[in-house]
Design a protein around this ligand. Structure first.
Ligand code: WT7
Length: 656
């Protein structure tokens, strides 16, 4: 893992190019004062409280932070409503007519929604939810396309104190079912269809399949987005049509006054076991963190900016940097429903030009795809409105960073490489665009008030060099737990280095104290910026009748960063072959979702295991990536290794 020097990193350090904030950007930046770090460091609680004070509270807090490791509670005694921060506050301040969303549907339909309209629609939905019997503390699952109603429904749940959980629309029926069951949701909100690359996917059919095994679900609220395209499923008694219940509601709905520590949402993410974890976030601390980071990292100026975060609201990035952070700041945003290359590879740049996007936030995997599609696509559009660029989701390779800087940023826009995760709720390690000198590949420094360090195996801090990334003190927007499994919270994040939070990433610090995130050091892979568990995919493979045993690893992939590869031992009576390999790949897609589909399947008579019976995943990775093999003396049967290596070589020569 991080102990051995990463070749990519060495190249980076040798390159030594650095990019100070452009003077004209720095002169106008929201954060221009280098003292901000020292001030936050001297009293992190006071620093975070200074941000919380900028929100609208129904009742002030009594205690800023109560830290009983590993549990932190923030702003105790305080009461507020998250939707008020995003909507009412701006309307009351006279900014109701400001555009909240410039929405672009995949087939080219557009909508523009002001903050006032967002508030009214959110209230209507909130009232509809109430009519459906939903109230404070109830769980509501959302399985929807990227339409404004998704953001509104999220806010409507927050308004009435219901705990929402968004499931990315690319997940399978089984994944949706598991999540609904885990949180015992009473309501599912979905749509009749979802546009993807010119086709309408039947979201409702997937939802129906999931709900068939979810006795907790009393009603399914169905938005119309299929545009008249017939859905395979007929309505059932459980279904409620959006247009029959929402439009007739009153456009006002008094917000529930929530305790700062009340749960706001649950979002599932993959861990090292087969079962995804329901990460839950609270109201007060989460709102404080996403509000502060949006303002300082993205330098948002509500009067002038058009912010575009390309993530789906189904991921944490969309929760924190489409819905809650930017909306709490009252900024105008672009929301786009579809694929980046539909109908053509310049769709994103067309949108940037059309709406005058000023701040753009995307993932390295997308940047690598744009590079591959060709420089002419961004070059064909006027991107001069852009002033700041961001990336998130995985380490960015220097080539992609430089390309992004040149071809999208025109050489003038600072780039913020932001490290964080579902659990941290908001950005943790990042440049501040008006202050921090950036270097391609480094997320640079902890956000003011955030404590981060790199430690060795024994937990001793490494001043310069590689090791494990840890967070050394609580922060307001940290996860409050794993839904329904309090012990797992402690075991997952706080056991490895007692007293410190372990995110699962390796990192390195350079002589200037900058952090370089090296990627996961556990059995979690990062495919196109999405987190996948090797165990989860293994379980899906073993679920197939032909499979006796399976091992999954993430191998390097030019575009996706990593891609899953499955090593499979077949049951007796089944023959290896391309057809079966394809069937297994589809099987994983059906069970988890398209994004988990293995890149390829390698059939093997045996798997390399340690004497204690653990699958040697690292060895499999070396084989699949064609690297020279390291120390294999712990292999139970070295013969297996030869066979695997030979197979991998044959495979390669076939492809060459
Ligand atoms: C994992 C978290 C945060 C929203 C998207 C992913 C990796 C994230 C970076 C970055 C290097 C990064 C880490 C992290 N990651 N951002 N800027 N540089 N790695 O959220 O699904 O919870 O995944 O993504 O490995 O642990 P997530």
């Amino acid at each position: 893992m991080a102990d051995d020097p990463s070749p990519t990193l060495d190249t980076l350090l040798q390159e030594g190019r650095s990019f100070p904030p452009p003077p004209d950007f720095a002169a106008r930046a929201n954060c221009r004062d280098p003292e901000v770090y020292a001030r936050a460091e001297a009293d992190p609680e006071a620093w975070w409280a200074s941000w919380a004070e900028k929100l609208q509270w129904d009742r002030p807090w009594d205690t800023i932070c109560k830290w009983t490791p590993p549990r932190a509670r923030w702003f105790l005694g305080g009461r507020l409503n998250a939707s008020v921060q995003c909507l009412d506050r701006h309307v009351e301040a006279g900014h109701g007519t400001r555009t909240a969303f410039l929405w672009e549907g995949e087939p080219g339909d557009t909508r523009r929604l002001s903050y006032e309209e967002m508030l009214r629609e959110t209230c209507r939905i909130a009232n509809a939810l109430k009519e459906l019997g939903i109230g404070r503390g109830d769980r509501v699952t959302l399985y929807m396309p990227m339409v404004p109603e998704l953001a509104m429904t999220v806010l409507a749940c927050a308004r009435i104190g219901a705990i929402f959980s968004v499931v990315f629309a690319g997940f399978s029926a089984a994944s949706l079912r598991d999540r609904i069951q885990d949180q015992e949701a009473r309501l599912l909100v979905t749509a009749d269809g979802c546009w993807r690359r010119g086709r309408v996917l039947d979201l409702k059919a997937v939802a129906d399949e999931a709900v068939a095994e979810c006795p907790s679900v009393e009603k399914v609220l169905v938005l119309r987005r299929g545009q008249g395209v017939e859905t395979a499923s007929a309505g059932s008694a459980r279904d409620v049509a959006w247009e029959e219940i929402v439009p007739r509601q009153a456009p006002e709905c008094p917000p529930e006054s929530m305790e700062a520590e009340d749960p706001l949402f649950i979002l599932y993410t993959s861990g090292t076991t087969g079962k995804p974890k329901g990460i839950w976030h609270c109201t007060g601390g989460y709102m404080t963190g996403v509000y502060a980071t949006s303002q300082l990292v993205f330098d948002l100026k509500p009067e002038e900016d058009v912010f575009w975060c390309t993530a789906d609201i189904g991921w944490i990035t969309g929760h924190s940097y489409i819905v809650f952070g930017p909306m709490a700041n009252g900024v105008t945003q672009v929301m786009y429903e579809g694929a980046p290359n539909h109908p053509g590879p310049d769709r994103f740049w067309e949108i940037v030009e059309k709406y005058g996007v000023t701040v753009f936030y995307t993932a390295p995997t997308a940047i690598r795809a744009f590079m591959k599609w060709g420089d002419e696509h961004p070059a064909g559009h006027d991107l001069s409105s852009l002033r700041l660029l961001g990336t998130v989701g995985e380490p960015i390779n220097p080539e992609a960073w430089i390309w992004y800087h040149q071809h999208i940023g025109g050489g003038r826009c600072p780039i913020v490489d932001t490290w964080w995760q579902t659990e941290t709720g908001g950005i943790m390690i990042t440049p501040l665009p008006g202050l921090t000198e950036t270097v391609p590949g480094s997320a640079t420094l902890p956000f003011p008030g955030v404590g981060a360090a790199v430690v060795d195996e024994a937990g001793k801090e490494v001043e310069t060099g590689g090791g494990y990334l840890v967070l050394t003190r609580p922060w307001p927007h940290m996860l409050r737990g794993i839904w329904g499994d309090p012990e797992r919270y402690e075991a997952t994040y706080w056991k490895r280095f007692p007293g410190r939070y372990f995110p699962g990433d390796g990192a390195r610090r350079d002589e200037r104290g900058r952090f370089w995130i090296l990627g996961r050091v556990d059995d979690v892979m990062n495919v196109s910026g999405h987190r996948l568990s090797t165990m989860e995919i293994e379980s899906a493979l073993v679920d197939h009748p032909a499979v006796a045993e399976a091992a999954v690893i993430g191998v390097h992939h030019e575009l996706k960063g990593q891609a899953p590869v499955g090593f499979v031992i077949l049951r007796q009576g089944f023959e290896p072959g391309e057809e079966l390999a394809q069937e297994l790949i589809q099987h994983v897609g059906r069970l988890i979702g398209g994004l988990a589909r293995p890149e390829r399947i390698l059939f093997t008579p045996e798997l390399p295991k340690t004497r204690s019976g653990k699958i040697m995943r690292r060895l499999l990775r070396d084989i699949a990536e064609g690297r020279v093999l390291g120390d294999v003396t712990t292999l139970a049967d070295p013969g297996v290794l030869d066979q695997l290596a030979r197979m991998a070589r044959e495979r390669e020569s076939e492809e060459a």
